[in-house]
Structures are given as structure tokens and as C-alpha cells.
Design a protein around this ligand. Structure first.
Ligand code: HEC
Ligand code: HEC
Length: 287
């Protein structure tokens, strides 16, 4: 009898936990708006191009994952901060720095170079640990999971120049046929595959993930995650721990890593379908 009562109490507690979890832990279903067809074309005005640059900067470019006032892991770009005025304005001084060994001759070229070849010049204090500021932790934004086109990189530069209040030197892309740009908003539509969802939400920017090319090392390598996940937090199964790591990353911080680095709003920016796909992928592929 006693055992029976305990089981009943246990299941009530369990369902209450689940109830709480489903209210606070599971992201809301985001209605999927129709895909935004941003087109970069010759008929675009400069203002539209700059606005698109701002969207890319805050969205698919994933720039604000690192360049934000919270984490302090990268210098601020579209506003001033402890590293000086906005980058549109300080770029001109970077190329005059005695330590500058890159190829840029103008401020515009410097920002371009920073995006496609981040280690050409590493801002003091921000290099990969142990490299004495010779290697940047920033991924090239024209490759891998970010993969911006030249026209998109130009848009971001125009946005950074505009937000610094300096003259916008970037030329509007020309060409008769409109260059189809990928949707510039971060979450226009649910990804179709887990790989797509993982790339869309910028996970490889910070994590190496089995089966996904080019991962960063700002966060833990996900190899072995499925095995260690169930041992991380008492009372959380591997699946629950992985879900918690994604929707409330600050609930538990892996030893040796900075708290507050992982974006805290993934639970709001992901669709439920994407979250499910990502968890399933990590459970099955990380071993
Ligand atoms: C994974 C983190 C990360 C992401 C994502 C990232 N950056 Fe960076 N970025 C850094 C770090 C760290 C530095 C400083 C080290 C260096 O100079 O490379 C930096 C430096 C820069 C600089 C030079 C700043 C200066 O003061 O001279 C520019 C420009 C820049 N990033 C642009 C971008 C843009 C644009 C994006 C998005 C398209 C982006 N970054 C995405 C981490 C990141
Ligand atoms: C800006 C960098 C950054 C991005 C982007 C990022 N993470 Fe993280 N992540 C971290 C850091 C740093 C940690 C370790 C500190 C902590 O536990 O919060 C971490 C921890 C984790 C852990 C726990 C790992 C373990 O060994 O316990 C999981 C799981 C995880 N991240 C999944 C993801 C997924 C999935 C995405 C994409 C949807 C993602 N992360 C995006 C930086 C990032």
C-alpha cells in the first residue's frame, strides 16, 4: 500500500514538473510567415541596401551572436564602446596601426577584409586564447554556415558606415539580373532538415558538431554530447538536458566556458519543429 501511495505521489510530482516544463521550457510555436524574398538588384535604392545590411547584421549574418554588449567577446560594431567609436569610423585608424599587416587601403576595404579574412588583423585582446592575438575566433562570414554573398557583405559594410555617421562608400551592386539573396530575416520559415536548422541558428559558429562542417570553439565540441548529457544535471535525462541547454542556456554552465555566451533567445527564435529536429540530431549523431 505504502509503495502504491509513493508511486501515486511520484507520478503527480512528475506530471506537475512536466506541466511546469511545458509552460516555461518549451518555446512557443511561431506561426510561419511566408518567406521574405529580399532581392539585391540594380533597382534597389541606397537606403534599401543599407536597411538590408542592418537586417543581415542582426539576422542571418549572426554578427550579433558575438558583437553584442552582453558577452564582451567581440568589439562593438554599429555603436561605440570601450574599443572606440563605431567600426565605420575606427576602421580608418586600424589600417594605420603599426601592427596592421593586412591588404586594406581604405576603411571600406578594412571592414570587408575583417569579414572574409578575420585573422588578417586581430584586435588586441580578442584573439584565440594562446595565439597572442594572431588568430581571430571569428569565422569568415562568406563561407561555411554563414555564407554571405559579396552583395550581402557590401550591404553590411554600408550599414556599418551609415551607423557610424561616416560617408557610405560602398557602391550599390549593379547588374541587370537581380541577384537572388537568401531571406535576410533570421527566421522566415522552418528549416527542412536538422542540418539546415543547426546552420540557420548559428550553432556551428561556436560549436564543432559531428556531421556539420566548420565548427568554432567558443562553446564545447559536441562530440560525445549524447553520452555525457544525461550525467550533467541530476534529474535531467540526456534529452531534457540538451533541451534545457538550448532554451535556457544559463541554467547550467559547462566548466571552462563563459556563461552568457550562448544566445538566450533561441527558445523564441526557433520553431518547435526546429527544436525537435536539433535535439534528435544531437541525440543520434554526437555519440
Ligand atoms: C564567433 C564570433 C563572431 C561572429 C559570429 C562575428 N564576429 Fe566579427 N569579430 C569577432 C571577434 C572576436 C573580433 C575581434 C578579433 C578580430 O579582430 O578578428 C571580431 C572583429 C570584427 C571586426 C573588426 C573590428 C575592429 O574593431 O577592427 C569587424 C569589422 C567584424 N568583426 C565584423 C563582423 C561582421 C560584419 C559579422 C557578421 C557578418 C561578424 N563580425 C561576426 C567575433 C565574431
Ligand atoms: C555564441 C556562441 C554559441 C552559439 C551560437 C551556440 N552556443 Fe551552445 N554553448 C556555447 C557555450 C559557450 C557553451 C558552454 C557554456 C554553457 O554551458 O552555457 C554552450 C553549451 C551548449 C550545450 C551544452 C554542451 C555540454 O557539453 O553540456 C549544448 C547542448 C549547446 N550549447 C547547444 C547549442 C545549439 C544546439 C546551438 C544552436 C541552436 C548553440 N549551442 C549555439 C556557445 C554557443
Amino acid at each position: 500500500m505504502k509503495v502504491f501511495v509513493r508511486i501515486v505521489i511520484f507520478s503527480i510530482v512528475l506530471s506537475l514538473c512536466y506541466w511546469g516544463f511545458s509552460n516555461y521550457g518549451i518555446p512557443q510555436v511561431i506561426p510561419e510567415p511566408p518567406p521574405v524574398e529580399e532581392q539585391i538588384s540594380g533597382s534597389m535604392t541606397m537606403d534599401q541596401y543599407i536597411a538590408l545590411g542592418g537586417k543581415i547584421f542582426n539576422g542571418k549574418g549572426t554578427c550579433t551572436l558575438c558583437h553584442n554588449p552582453v558577452g564582451g567577446r567581440a568589439p562593438l560594431l554599429d555603436t561605440g564602446g570601450k574599443d572606440g567609436p563605431p567600426v565605420g569610423a575606427r576602421a580608418a585608424d586600424r589600417i594605420k596601426d603599426p601592427g596592421y599587416k593586412g591588404k586594406a587601403k581604405t576603411a571600406e576595404e578594412y571592414i570587408h577584409e575583417s569579414e572574409v579574412d578575420p585573422s588578417a588583423f586581430v584586435v588586441a585582446g580578442y584573439g584565440k586564447p594562446g595565439t597572442n592575438d594572431t588568430v581571430s575566433p571569428m569565422p569568415a562570414t562568406n563561407k561555411g554556415s554563414i555564407g554571405l554573398s559579396e552583395a550581402e557583405i557590401g550591404a553590411v559594410i554600408s550599414y556599418l558606415q551609415k551607423s557610424a555617421g561616416v560617408q557610405v562608400t560602398v557602391k550599390l551592386p549593379t547588374g541587370a539580373a537581380p541577384v537572388a539573396a537568401a531571406p535576410a530575416d533570421a527566421e522566415p520559415q522552418s528549416a527542412k532538415t536538422p542540418e539546415e536548422a543547426i546552420n540557420k541558428h548559428g550553432c556551428p559558429t561556436c560549436h564543432k558538431i559531428p556531421g556539420i562542417e566548420e565548427g568554432g570553439d567558443i562553446g564545447p565540441d559536441q562530440k560525445g554530447l549524447a553520452s555525457r548529457a544525461g550525467k550533467r544535471v541530476k534529474g535531467l535525462s540526456a534529452r531534457e538536458y540538451i533541451m534545457q541547454s538550448i532554451v535556457s542556456p544559463d541554467a547550467y554552465t559547462v566548466k571552462g566556458f563563459e556563461p552568457g555566451t550562448m544566445p538566450a533567445d533561441l527558445g523564441e527564435t526557433m520553431t518547435v519543429k526546429e527544436l525537435e529536429m536539433i535535439i534528435k540530431y544531437l541525440m543520434e549523431k554526437t555519440g
